[in-house]
Every structure is written in C-alpha cells, then in structure tokens.
Design a protein around this ligand. Sequence first.
Ligand SMILES: C[S@@+](CC[C@H](N)C(=O)[O-])C[C@H]1O[C@@H](n2cnc3c(N)ncnc32)[C@H](O)[C@@H]1O
Length: 247
Amino acid sequence: MDVPADAGPTWSDIAAWYDQLVRHGSGPHDTAVACLLGLIPDLAGATVLDVACGQGLATRAVAGAGAAQVVGTDASEAMVALARRHPDPPGSDVSYVVDDAQGLTTFPSGTFDGVTCQLGLMDIPDLDAALGAAHRVLRPGGWFVFVIGHPCVLVPDALPAPRPDGRAAVSITGYFDERFWRSSNPNGVRRAGNHHRTLATYLNGLVRAGLVVDAVDEPLPAPRLVEQQPLYAEVPIFFAARATRRD
Ligand SMILES: C[S@@+](CC[C@H](N)C(=O)[O-])C[C@H]1O[C@@H](n2cnc3c(N)ncnc32)[C@H](O)[C@@H]1O
C-alpha cells in the first residue's frame, strides 16, 4: 500500500500540534497507554524498543512502569526532538533514535526483550516490513505489544449515525477497501494520513512475521475519552495484541 504524493501534512508538519494535544490530556491516549501497559508482561530488567514513538508518550510510560532501558524510535526528526524535551521518569534509562520502523536498521538483531508500537502501525506503509523488523530486533521469546485504531470501526468512510434512542453510533461501509486516507478534519490526528487495513490483514501480518498472538484487547474507554467522544463507550476505539517471537 503506497503513500500517495499528495499535498497533505506529514507527521513532522503536525509534530508540535500533536505534542500539545498529548500534553493537554487526550482521552484516546489515556486509553491507549493503559491498554499498552496492561498487555505488557513483567518489565523488571527488560530492555524495550518503542517503535513510532512520536513525542515519547508510550516510551516514558513503559520506562515509568519499570523497564530497565527503553529506546524510543520514530522516522520523524521533529517528533524525536520533541520527545527529547520531555523529562524522563525518575531513575529511568530512556533514549531516542531517528529510524524507519520498516527496517529499524540502527538496531542489531535479537537485542530487545520487548517491542512496543502504540498508534503507529496504521501510519506505516509497509506492514510486513515493520512486523518483520520488530521480529528481527526481538530476542527469541521476546514480546511485541501494539495498539492500533480499531480497524473495524475507524474505517475511512465511517459516519456518525446517532440512533433514535439518542445513543451514539457509527455507520460503517467500505471496510474491505484497504487504502491510504486522510481525515478532512483540520484538528484531527488522522489528517496526517493513515493506512486502512482489515483486522485479518493485521493478524495475518503477525503470522507471516513469525509472531504468535498470546493476548488481545479491545479496551474500554478511559473516563476522559467517554467525556470527549461518547461514541467510544459504545464501540471500541482500539484493537491491541501481544505476540511473541517463538523462534
Ligand atoms: C499517531 S503517532 C503515535 C506516536 C506515539 N506512539 C503515541 O502513541 O503518541 C504516529 C507516529 O508514527 C510515526 N511514523 C509514521 N511512519 C513511520 C515509519 N515508517 N517509521 C517510524 N515511525 C513512523 C510518525 O512520525 C508518528 O510519530
């Protein structure tokens, strides 16, 4: 799935805006971080790579939850520069590297106990390359935990469709049409574009990469998300999984 050379903003273009969004408190991010940490096994002594780390929200959360060492990596230099400005959790070992998730060429094979990717896989054009790179940098037995926008709900052509009884709902069509798309919302995260893929495509990608699913989640919304977007008390905003490198 290629990224069209359209005139829309890049992640670097909206990096400062994204940093402010996260700093001011975002219901989706509250939900994603809790879900990510809930799927991660014991972090004591673990070295973790946080892929597509953005301004480092999940990187710091994993470090604060007890990992011995966490490296955040993102393709956007602007995002990594913002991540470096945030204070690290006390006593943690956090660093950042600019790299493309589709290769992770900075990192040797078999290095990490865990790889995380929070809200990143749907922004990466070549899913197989990203999952293959995550598998390569994990030690055998290492875990990969990811959170994505729920591919069955965050569909490009989805429309709000409130029910007659007043409950929030969404109308979905075009689910099978995998493609790159952008939100036209000038204040939306997805104006930077993302790749719609079916849930089966994500799960088959894990299979092809040699990552075996141990646990999945469709997290309930954090309180702030219910306040900000009541729809997500009715349908899941995210899908998440933990998968292990077995070989
Ligand atoms: C929605 S943000 C998520 C950032 C962070 N993980 C969080 O939860 O706030 C998506 C991030 O994916 C990064 N990204 C997109 N394509 C990438 C690629 N090929 N390699 C590495 N990072 C990429 C973007 O630069 C952006 O920082």
